[in-house]
Write a protein that binds this ligand. Sequence first.
Ligand SMILES: C[S@@+](CC[C@H](N)C(=O)[O-])C[C@H]1O[C@@H](n2cnc3c(N)ncnc32)[C@H](O)[C@@H]1O
Length: 542
Amino acid sequence: MGTSHRRFSSVRVVGMATMEEREKARFELQERIDAAKVQAERNRLGQFATPPKLASDIVAYAVSLLSPRLKIRFLEPGFGTGPFYSALLRQVPPSRIEGAVGYEIDPHYAGSAEHLWKGTPLRLYVADFTTTEPPKAEASKYNLVVCNPPYVRHHHLSQIKKRELQSSIARYLNFEMNGLGGLYTYFMVLSQAWMAKEGVGAWLIPSEFMDVNYGHRVKEFLMKRVTLSRIHRFDPNDVQFGDALVSSAVVFFKNSPPPSEHEVEFTFGGMLTRPTVSDSIRLADLHHISKWTGLPQGISRLVGKHNGVTLADLFTVKRGLATGCNAFFILTTEQVRQFNLPKKFLKPILPSPRYLETDEIDADENGEPQIQNRRYLLSCDLPENEVKEKYPVLWRYLERGLEAGIDKRYLCQHREPWYSQEERPPAPFLCTYMGRPTHRSKSPFRFILNHSKATTANVYLLLYPKPDLAASLSDHPELYRKVWKTLASIAAETLMEEGRVYGGGLHKLEPKELANVPADSVLRVFSDGGKFRMRRQMDLFA
Ligand SMILES: C[S@@+](CC[C@H](N)C(=O)[O-])C[C@H]1O[C@@H](n2cnc3c(N)ncnc32)[C@H](O)[C@@H]1O
């Protein structure tokens, strides 16, 4: 099989009934090959098959974006067994298919697929799509490209491969990619070089690019180089691929510059054909929105939000401390007793959220949290000699750490002495850093009111009131609980829009993301009762 590009000639396609049978055979073949492969190999080549119903929905929608009389020149890079090709054969009359091409790097899939699709217009190349030269002539290019590209993360790509991918994109498209993108980002961008003008691209890809930094270039591509028609994001709680923990999106675009006043459709949840939420946003507004997973639910809020107050105006948000080894530096009450460690080197620290049974932490007369699972952070700034001499019991415990190589861990190595800890004063308001919505709570995040002097590890974010707010709280301590209740009543969607979401519905919030959350409701706690002194309120917005 060669990889030269021929102009398409008319083809003979077998009848519809046969196509249904072939789809059945294809699905069985897919299952057989997948089962025969070890997971490691499937991960290396990003081999996760598209569920048949989803493949059909994607192809139907993509075809609907083409002008109905246009003959189809179809391309499926990363062909596998060809679920999109199969859907195409079942959905459009044979006379409409001018040609169809697949690229598949893995001979296991390619060999079987070739056999399966014999007698259909398919030309399948066993080749690396990313190193194959795209067609030059417009007539040899493709007007329908449908793909579920390999999901191979960037750190599994060699430096040489990355440079090769970047230089292909620079050469064919004069576009620069971010080196941290997974293989799928290169597949999608590179495909433009294969597309006929006004051709349609449909891509089933991880939705990660919508939020993370490396996705910035991909979004630039989608907003500037092509006309982005629609992005559908599946509900991450409804993982599309049982065996790949990624949340997925389908991106549809046309190979043409975006018209002025263009609007992009964002849909979310349910099925591609029947999403639970849908809304359109002007491309001009989309340019100002950095996190696309907040769409479509938050379009109106995000577009109009620029002047609002955010948590950053009221709080300094910090991540809790990173100990370098929680198992060694964070001790239970029993361990403190067992090792008889000197009290002056132990600070109360909260257990991880799953062991924290309450969202309001009271303190005893010493400021210690009144909770079930008490923990203590070991922290000492004295040099080793002094510890050895003055605190032999502590030194014996530290020796255990030395034996276990804890002093050689990255964070410990960069601290002087290795058993000292970052300064993280207790904060009155805390937010858990990651979580999943549960049947008990729609929000993956918990806000905690901390009356104690316990600090926290990095499984929490700490909200320190800024000076004006701190002064008002100290004038009116009764407002602590009101502020906490108001924080806790921030809609789950609002927090989730700011954060990032991982496969299986795991949500995370970085300090900056939490700081970005609108906070007008918190401010109202003060202004409602005239509690926020006028001068301070003015300062806040100065
Ligand atoms: C996510 S799977 C999708 C397979 C099929 N299209 C589907 O939707 O079920 C990606 C496919 O791309 C293939 N692949 C990986 N790297 C490739 C490359 N550089 N060129 C062509 N195919 C590649 C894998 O072997 C795998 O079959």
